[in-house]
Design a protein around this ligand. Structure first.
Ligand code: FES
Ligand SMILES: [Fe+2]
Length: 460
C-alpha cells in the first residue's frame, strides 16, 4: 500500500520516511540532511534513441561536453609544480598543470603547431616544461611558448598566438574542474546548493583510498541512471531497504537521494512480490547481521538500542581509530547512510563516512554503447595531515568483475550487480517497440531532471 494523493508525484511509500528516521538519530543531524525538495517534473516517456542514436551523441559532444563543468582529478594528483593530469572526454582532451605552488592551469591537449596531442594518454605525469613529441615545440608550465626549433622559418608565429590554448579551470572540494567553453558561467553558478551543503562535509579534507575505472556496456546516461535511484534494490540487490529512500531535486544541476542503511520498513515493501522480509519482518539482530559487512565489533543489539545505533557507534570507534579522526559528533545518518548528491551532467559525491564514494560517468571515446565509470573511495583525512599521493586507478574492462579489486571488499559484488543489467538495457533500448522508457514520478525524478537539463544544453 502506498499513501495516496490526487497530485502526481505526491504519493510516497508507506512506513517511516527518511525524515522520521533522522529524527531518531543519536547525534545532531547536519541541517542539509533535514532538507527536502521535490517537485513534479512531468511523466512523459524518455525516448530510447537518446541512448542509442549517433546524431544525439554527436549533439552531446558539441553542446554538452564542450560546455559543461566536469572534474578532471583531485588537487593532490598534482602536488608539485610541473605535475600534470590529462583528461579525455569524447574527442576533447585537457591537461591540467600545477604551474605554481598555489596555481593550477588547464590547457587544450593539442599542439599549436600541427595539433598533435601533447600527452598521449589520460592520467598523471610530471614535466618541468611541456614539449610536443612531433617537432619539439615546447612551452613553460604556464603555457608560454618557450622554444621553437628552426624559428627562422616561422616569422608569422608570435608567442601570444601560439601559447597553449587555455581552458577554464576551478577548484571545489579538492576536485579540479574544467570547462571547455571560454564563455561558461563560473562553477559556483552551476552548483546550486552543493557549496552550502558540503560546508558540512568538506571533501577537501578527504583522501583517495581507492580508484577503480571500469568500462561499462551501456551509454553513459543509462550507466549513471543505474545509480540515481534505489528503486532497483529489491530486485537487483535482493536487499530489503531502499523502498522508502528520500529523493530531492534542488535545481537544474543538483539532486540527491538519502537511503537509510541499517533499518528498513516492512510496510514500504507492501506491494513488492512475495512475503520476503515482511512475514515475519526482520528483527534488529537480523538487521545488525546484514551490517556485519562493515566489520562491526558487536553481534547483538542490546535492549533499548537499534541495529542502527549499535552499528553507528561501532563504526565511529573503528573508523575513527583507523583513520585518526574524531567522529564522536558524527550523526548516525552520516556514519551509515547512502547519501548521494548528483551534479549535472555526470558527477556523484557521497558525504557519508562509511559509504564515501565519488562517481563519474562519461562516454567511452565516440562509442555510443559503452561508457567509462570512475569510482573513487574518498575517506576522511586526519586534521593537519598532508594529502598522500592518490593511488593509480585499477582498470577493468567490460568483462572483468569488480571482485578482481580486492580492496573493494563487500562493495565489489554490489557493483557487479549494479552494472550487470546494463548490457541488457542497452540492447533492450534497440529491441523495444515502445519508443520510450517510463519513469516513476518520485523515485526516478532525478533521472528526469538530468534529461531536462540536458535538453537545455542541446537546444542552445
Ligand atoms: S605538431 Fe607539435 S611541434 Fe609540430
Ligand atoms: Fe544499486
Amino acid at each position: 500500500m502506498t499513501s495516496d494523493s490526487s497530485q502526481p508525484g505526491e504519493a510516497r511509500a508507506s512506513g517511516p520516511s527518511v525524515a522520521d528516521v533522522l529524527k531518531t538519530d543519536s547525534r545532531g543531524v547536519p541541517p542539509p540532511l533535514m532538507e527536502q525538495r521535490y517537485e513534479f517534473l512531468g511523466d512523459s516517456d524518455i525516448a530510447c534513441t537518446r541512448y542509442t542514436s549517433r546524431a544525439f551523441a554527436d549533439l552531446e559532444t558539441e553542446r554538452l561536453w564542450a560546455r559543461c563543468w566536469q572534474w578532471v582529478c583531485r588537487e593532490e594528483h598534482i602536488q608539485e609544480v610541473g605535475d600534470n593530469y590529462v583528461y579525455d572526454i569524447g574527442p576533447y582532451s585537457v591537461i591540467v598543470v600545477r604551474s605554481g605552488q598555489d596555481r593550477i592551469q588547464a590547457f587544450v591537449n593539442s599542439c599549436t603547431h600541427r595539433a598533435t596531442r601533447l600527452r598521449g594518454s589520460e592520467g598523471g605525469g610530471y614535466s618541468p616544461r611541456i614539449t610536443c613529441p612531433f617537432h619539439g615545440w615546447s612551452w613553460s608550465v604556464e603555457g608560454k611558448l618557450e622554444s621553437l626549433p628552426a624559428r627562422w622559418d616561422f616569422p608569422h608565429v608570435c608567442d601570444e598566438s601560439h601559447d597553449l590554448q587555455t581552458v577554464k579551470c576551478e577548484i571545489w572540494g579538492g576536485f579540479i574542474f574544467v570547462n571547455l567553453d571560454p564563455d561558461a558561467p563560473p562553477l559556483a553558478e552551476y552548483m546550486d546548493v552543493l557549496p552550502e551543503h558540503f560546508r558540512h562535509f568538506p571533501l577537501e579534507q578527504r583522501r583517495v583510498r581507492l580508484h577503480v575505472q571500469k568500462t561499462l556496456p551501456a551509454n553513459w546516461k543509462a550507466a549513471q541512471e543505474a545509480f540515481l535511484e534505489a528503486y532497483h534494490n529489491f530486485e537487483t540487490h535482493d536487499a530489503p531497504n531502499g523502498a522508502n529512500a528520500q529523493y530531492d531535486v534542488f535545481g537544474k544541476y543538483v539532486s540527491r537521494f538519502i537511503h537509510n542503511i541499517g533499518n528498513y520498513s516492512a510496510e514500504a515493501l507492501a506491494d513488492y512480490p512475495g512475503d520476503k522480509w515482511r512475514d515475519p519482518p526482520l528483527t534488529e539482530n537480523q538487521l545488525l547481521q546484514i551490517l556485519s559487512v562493515f566489520g562491526l565489533e558487536r553481534e547483538e543489539v542490546p535492549a533499548g538500542e537499534t541495529a542502527r545505533s549499535v552499528a553507528a557507534q561501532d563504526l565511529r570507534e573503528i573508523i575513527g581509530k583507523a583513520l585518526g579522526v574524531d567522529l564522536s559528533a558524527a550523526s548516525d545518518s552520516l556514519m551509515l547512510d547512502s547519501i548521494e548528491y548528483h551534479l549535472f551532467p555526470n558527477m556523484f559525491f557521497f558525504p557519508g563516512i562509511t559509504v564515501p564514494m565519488v562517481y563519474r560517468f562519461r562516454p567511452n571515446g565516440d562509442d555510443i554503447d559503452s561508457s567509462i565509470f570512475d569510482l573513487m573511495i574518498l575517506e576522511p583525512l586526519a586534521e593537519g595531515a598532508k594529502h598522500p599521493e592518490p593511488p593509480e586507478p585499477h582498470k577493468l574492462n567490460v568483462e572483468q568483475s569488480y571482485t578482481e579489486v580486492e580492496a573493494l571488499g563487500w562493495l565489489a559484488p554490489v557493483y557487479d550487480e549494479d552494472t550487470g543489467n546494463l548490457d541488457l538495457q542497452q540492447r533492450g533500448f534497440k529491441a523495444s517497440r515502445k519508443p520510450g522508457i517510463t519513469l516513476g514520478n518520485y523515485q526516478e525524478a532525478r533521472i528526469r531532471r538530468v534529461h531536462l537539463t540536458l535538453d537545455e544544453f542541446l537546444q542552445k
